[in-house]
Design a protein around this ligand. Sequence first.
Ligand SMILES: C[S@@+](CC[C@H](N)C(=O)[O-])C[C@H]1O[C@@H](n2cnc3c(N)ncnc32)[C@H](O)[C@@H]1O
Length: 295
Amino acid sequence: MCRGTVGRVPDDAWASARLASLFVDGAYESVKGYVRTYVLHHHLLEHLPAPPAKVLDVGGGAGHQSFPLAQAGYEVTILDPSAAMLARARQRLDRLSVEARERVTFVQARGEDADRAVEGDRFAAVLCHGVLGYVEDPDLLVAQLCRCAEEGGIVSIMTGNAHAAAVQPALERRWADARASFDARAGIGVLGVRSRADTVEDVSAMIARYEVEPEHWYGTWLFVDWLEFGGTELDRHDADEVEAIASVELEASRRDPYRHMSRAFHLIGRKRSSSQARAGSIPAPQRREQRSATG
Ligand SMILES: C[S@@+](CC[C@H](N)C(=O)[O-])C[C@H]1O[C@@H](n2cnc3c(N)ncnc32)[C@H](O)[C@@H]1O
């Protein structure tokens, strides 16, 4: 299903820079791409209600993160300003069962216009993975993510980890860049475009301003990065090794100190109910969780 185009959709950087192809055919076809989907999917299942429930994937691109949820029974809306990325998502629909395809809707819009684009609809989960670092004003986008979550629903943000910015240049033996990266928030990422990294602390504070309490945070991938940047090629077609790697990465993403070293982090927050928002507090069990989210 397609809800059409909403708001001002800017020039399609993800098409003109051929980023769509680099990302979909390059990054996601690698072992790292497989790990990204595997790990984030497992994190999400720990926080989502059982299907059916509605999921909004903001900057959802070609659907790598939300198609597995449609297959698992969730009603998925992919919102993205890029016609090229949405076209790739439509091409990939045939990987889903016929019933799962029926559960996917497309909206062409910027995340900053999300509430208007989904006509005020509210979702059990709002995902925003690998997008925040590319927008000029993250606060505008985060406000919209939080607004689109229903009371008790989750907001799931995956973005670059500023605390681990030296990892890539150091492993590539670009020592001057590595030295400079300790205090830098922006740099050229693996797709060759400029992006900004953030911290768990800053994004947690941002979502908390919009009635979403940080619940837990994870790393994403770790060892596959180190191997790739160090020059080791991993074989995407070696199913046994890929499964073994994914399981190790999932465990590392959940634990200290590994999650702190991951180049990207995955933060999950939960929208307060209106009574909690009025009282200005959240119940004790969630407060306990929140401590582990930021600890
Ligand atoms: C790195 S891709 C991530 C795609 C998907 N979330 C994933 O993890 O596979 C970044 C996506 O963000 C989208 N994007 C760029 N600017 C955006 C904005 N202002 N609002 C929403 N999405 C945006 C791009 O079109 C692209 O699809």
